[in-house]
Design a protein around this ligand. Structure first.
Ligand code: MRU
Length: 352
């Protein structure tokens, strides 16, 4: 049974603590605004849609203590500063602001919880629709190659762990499985935080064959013809289709182009930032160098960490990169698939 990534329990939020995975499956209770902000910063919750929903819940937690205008503005300020790249964070906070600010303080707490629940419900429905719209991409490969499974490559984790359900990049994979299409997934490790381990874990739980690869193995596999299509998620899609996603995505798109393999982004409308003209305007998060220097794992069954670089080694740790629209075959959304420069056709309400 699939665990839940985030839910309300009385006056608290409960999250599946992703820092323990894949070795330890445990939940974590968030009682305060600061708990929610720290869960996002520390990546107990991660993945653009889940970050947004957690932030919405964080606003509800804050309003339980202070539902004044200042309390609302303060909560949105704290949560909005947690992670810069995933625009779903700002989408969710903007939605909370628009819903709550006009209300009298006494009505805000209940309305905040109701809006949080709506965001969670909608995320599941949205991702289900992404799966349905992405399914034909795999069906086409399957129809052409009945002798073997469809071979998908993905990067980072854009599965159900990164959302309220179904995932984004993995939603078409789950839809294919439900449709009886044999599918295998190449899962890149995704250094430095190794979110690929989360992807391998959730695919294995779902019974979908998958193989972990070192990030640098993606090119040889594509060149050898062992990949039919690449699908990744996104943290922010600019209006021109340039897409920020976990660092390493760009290199996969380059290799896919050279090998003639289609490269898809799967993302909900809440990840498209129509106010951001191009990828050069997307803020890229730089994270702590210890994410690179220190590797976490198990030693004799106990959680352990190993320093693979000296504590004072100089490192750079950009957490995301931008794949230019010209390398993206199509973007799969809850409203259908579009070429990256035709997103406004699917979301005309955002056309200036
Ligand atoms: O730093 P993370 O783990 O939050 O980054 C996650 C990703 O880059 C995902 O691919 C993206 O958010 C899409 S999640 C459906």
């Amino acid at each position: 049974m699939q665990a839940r990534t985030l839910y309300r329990d009385g006056r608290s939020l409960v999250v599946l603590d992703q820092t323990g995975l894949p070795h330890v499956v445990r939940n974590c209770r968030l009682d305060t605004l600061e708990d929610a902000a720290e869960a996002i910063r520390g990546m107990q919750v991660r993945g653009a849609p889940l970050i947004g929903a957690t932030a919405a819940g964080g606003v509800a937690l804050a309003l339980q203590l202070d539902a004044s205008d200042a309390g609302l503005a303060g909560a949105i300020g704290v949560l909005g500063a947690t992670r810069p790249t995933a625009v779903n964070l700002h989408w969710a906070l903007g939605r909370m602001q628009a819903r709550l600010a006009p209300l009298p303080a006494g009505a805000r707490e209940a309305a905040a919880w109701a809006e949080f629940e709506a965001i969670c419900r909608e995320d599941i429905a949205t991702n289900g629709a992404i799966g349905r719209h992405g399914l034909p991409l795999l069906e086409t490969v399957c129809a052409a190659r009945r002798d073997r499974p469809v071979r998908v490559m993905t990067h980072c984790n854009a599965g159900w762990l990164a959302t309220l359900g179904h995932g984004t990049a993995l939603a078409p994979v789950y839809a294919a499985q439900a449709a009886g299409i044999p599918v295998e997934v190449w899962v890149s490790e995704t250094r430095p935080r190794n979110q690929g381990l989360l992807t391998a874990w959730e695919l294995r739980e779902a019974g979908i064959p998958n193989r972990l690869i070192a990030d640098n193995a993606a090119g040889i596999l594509m060149a050898r013809g062992e990949v039919d299509l690449v699908i990744t998620g996104a943290d922010r899609v600019a209006a021109n289709g340039d897409t920020a996603n976990k660092v390493g995505t760009y290199l996969k798109a380059l290799a896919a182009r050279d090998a003639g393999i289609p490269f898809y982004i799967a993302a909900p409308g809440s990840t498209i930032d129509f106010g951001c003209p191009a990828g050069t305007s997307i803020p890229i998060e730089d994270r702590d160098g210890d994410e690179f220097r220190v590797v976490h794992g198990l030693e004799d069954g106990a959680r352990a960490q190993v320093h693979i670089a000296p504590a004072d080694a100089a490192v750079a740790n950009p957490a995301f990169d931008v794949t230019p629209a010209r390398l993206i075959t199509a973007i799969v959304t809850e409203r259908g698939c579009a070429a990256p420069d035709r997103l406004a056709d699917l979301f005309p309400e955002h056309t200036p």
